[in-house]
Design a protein around this ligand. Structure first.
Ligand code: DP6
Length: 393
């Protein structure tokens, strides 16, 4: 029997606290500013990808959640795959003539997200990170996650930050070829494991403006964005990195909320204006602001920080010691449908009633409790998504 060249990896979701919004190069996906995110726990939210290289395959093929997806020539997927093949050739095959020429074989790739797209969570970051991690494993690439992040970045900008666990900066870089626009780890998960996240899934009927097109409109029309890029983000990157290293939640929370607010302000400053938050999003802000106000008045500092991406969902970062109180607060203001809150981390006693039985207000769809997590994982054969024929199981 001939050798099967196959690898499976999973990768996490990340949610930025300093937002990436704007490209200076749309093909290479080079950003107009650096950004910083928290990697979330793959035990709860992840993308898993299996890649196989075989001389009998006739074309590179990708299945996403079991359905074949087109790999457009010159598109983001094709770029990532060809960059990884090029790296295989340069770092493995050219170095060791006995290494199998996997870079010349077509690949079959199956990818699966364990969270529904309907949850309103962007899957492009974890998806591209898992794709890059699985091909890097298949090709046995002797390179760092930062080098891999350069490739994942060309799939989707925010994906580069999912190559590391913990707290991750994407350094914008200055070189026109993008070789210094990469992710670095500010601190590992183990440095501050007490950082938890509550994802408030807010329903969204209308399909909003995508990040890719929205941010380019902002680059072309917003004067506020230029101020943000030059005068605001560089200092915030320094300050929030320091806050993370010192586990200073007060500063972390203040900067996180300010940066989310400014990102939505530059969206509003776009012509035509872009609105990502809705009434439910704004009501969650009001609850968190009031909660922090009382906590500050009691001399306890900030206890929660909200942040919003290009949609109405809130992500609330908080320290573990306050998370139960915050879940109770959110559930009391935004009652859950039975079963929509999954107590992933067991902060409530078994069988405890945390889903209020009241009617769910329009617009609130569920709550996911998770925390800071690790980077991509290599998975065993038993988790592979491709069957013996090299097609999805
Ligand atoms: C608001 O990474 O999805 O989530 O590079 O065009 O694929 P592309 O955009 P994408 O943008 C994410 C924007 C954001 C902020 C962030 O994650 O930093």
């Amino acid at each position: 029997m001939s050798t099967v060249y196959q690898a499976t990896a999973s990768a996490p979701v990340n949610i930025a606290v300093i937002k990436y919004w704007g490209k200076r190069d749309t093909k290479l996906i080079l950003p107009t500013n650096s950004s910083l995110s928290v990697t979330l726990d793959q035990d709860h939210l992840r993308s898993t990808t299996t890649s196989r290289a075989d001389p009998s395959f006739v074309k590179d093929t990708l299945w996403l959640n079991g359905k074949e997806d087109e790999i457009k020539p010159g598109g983001r997927l094709a770029t990532c795959i060809s960059e990884l093949k090029r790296l295989r050739q340069a770092t493995v095959e050219n170095e060791d003539p006995s290494a199998p020429k996997l870079s010349t074989y077509k690949v079959h790739i199956a990818s699966y997200n364990n969270f529904p797209t309907a949850a309103g969570l962007a899957s492009s970051a974890s998806g591209f990170a898992a794709l890059v991690a699985s091909l890097a494993q298949l090709y046995a690439l002797p390179v760092s996650p930062s080098t891999l992040s350069i490739i994942a970045r060309q799939g989707s900008g925010s994906a580069c930050r999912s190559l590391y666990g913990g707290f991750v900066a994407w350094q914008e870089g200055v070189l026109p070829d993008g070789s210094d626009s990469l992710a670095v780890q500010v601190a590992p998960q183990s440095h501050w494991p007490e950082i938890h996240a509550l994802i408030c899934v807010v329903s969204d009927d209308k399909k909003g403006t995508s990040s890719t097109s929205g941010m380019q409109l902002t680059v072309e029309t917003s004067t506020l964005l230029q101020h943000r890029i030059k005068a605001v983000v560089p200092q915030r990157m320094k300050d929030i990195s320091k806050a993370i290293l010192e586990k200073d939640f007060d500063t972390f929370a203040r900067i996180t909320m300010a940066d989310s607010n400014q990102f939505h302000a530059v969206a509003l400053d776009t012509e035509p204006p872009i609105f990502y938050m809705n009434d439910v999003s704004r009501a969650i802000i009001a609850v968190i602001v009031e909660y922090n106000r009382l906590s500050l008045a009691n001399g306890q500092g900030y206890k929660a920080a909200y942040t919003y991406d290009a949609g109405p969902n809130a992500v609330i970062y908080a320290e573990e010691k306050n998370i139960k109180e915050i879940i109770q607060l959110i559930v009391s203001f935004f009652p859950q449908r039975e079963g929509t809150f999954k107590d992933n981390l067991g902060v409530f006693a078994q069988g405890a009633e945390v889903n209020a039985q009241a009617a769910v207000p329009a617009g609130f769809n569920g709550l996911i409790h998770t925390r800071v997590g690790d980077g991509p994982r290599a998975l065993g054969e038993e988790e592979a998504l491709l069957g013996p024929e090299g097609t999805p199981k």
